[in-house]
Design a protein around this ligand. Sequence first.
Ligand code: COA
Length: 322
Amino acid sequence: MIYSRIAGTGRYLPEKVLTNFDLEKIVDTNDEWIRTRTGVERRHQCAPDETTSDMCVEAAKKAIESAGVSVKDIDMVIIGTTSPDLIFPNIATLVQHRLGIPACPALATEAACTGFVYALTTADKFVKTGEAKCVLVVGAECITKLVDWTDRNTCVLFGDGAGAVIVEPSEEPGILGTHLGADGKHKELLYYPVGASKDLYKAGTEEVGITMVGKDVFKVAVSKLGDVAIEALEAAGVDRGELDWLVPHQANLRIIQATAKRLGLPMDKVIVTVQDHGNTSAASVPLALDTAVRDGRIERGHLVLMEAFGGGFTWGSILMRF
Ligand code: COA
């Protein structure tokens, strides 16, 4: 039996940091409201000429280095993002070429904030079937370019960044189980109203921005993130008490706390980066993972549950022995 495991991690965050106090100068908000409702204190923002593939390349270099592999070893690239550089070619082809990775399958998974979990799940299947031996998986988002900066309901929530992992075959279990889900009936609660085949001419105008019914998103997120975590543990026959770490999607500290409570996990077993990154959508889970790997909290052999939830809605979880 071939298993798949994460061999290395990396991240990149844009240089510019926007604090809640900076946002007070842009919209009618205040640090106290943002912190108490969301847990966010600051977020990173791409420079005007910085793109999602720029961030992917930097995060990938770190993951490649930490995995001790060469770009020549990589035989598949999968990128989860909602904010690709171009409508086509897909962003994974841009990253493959820019990194000097030999020609190989390169694809993007668009599942909003669940994009990385969808991408890593796909990589897991290719490695387990023997069709890929070294997969670069990235979750990246330049989501501040999709935000309406006059809308205080949404602009305070989001940030930019990229997190990457290298996935390789292993004789020992790494990824133990993956669970994905989606239900398009919730589309109206969270969406971006412009796309390649709809109203593209409006992109970049003040009419257009992330559209969200925050309170309803909150309720479904808490319910689905709890469900998909329990589903992962039950399918693997793992008791909640055995978990070393929960690496949840970083949308809102109150959502994270509610999920931990439902799992009966103390918050010191939960990786929280939302205060520093905001909601970076598909980048959120790999950014949190790399943060905790590099600061020494997540160690080899630890049992880690990653999970995410996003527009659609989409959701997913990955249980792994790191
Ligand atoms: N600063 C100050 N006031 C703000 C504000 C801001 N940035 N944004 C909204 N408000 C106001 C609203 O206008 C509203 O005012 P009103 O009551 O006078 O109409 C009020 O705050 C709403 O407050 P409240 O009901 O307490 O908000 P909330 O507790 O539901 O928190 C969210 C709002 C958006 C933080 C919360 O609903 C949430 O996080 N939802 C999930 C969002 C999410 O995670 N999306 C991504 C999923 S992947």
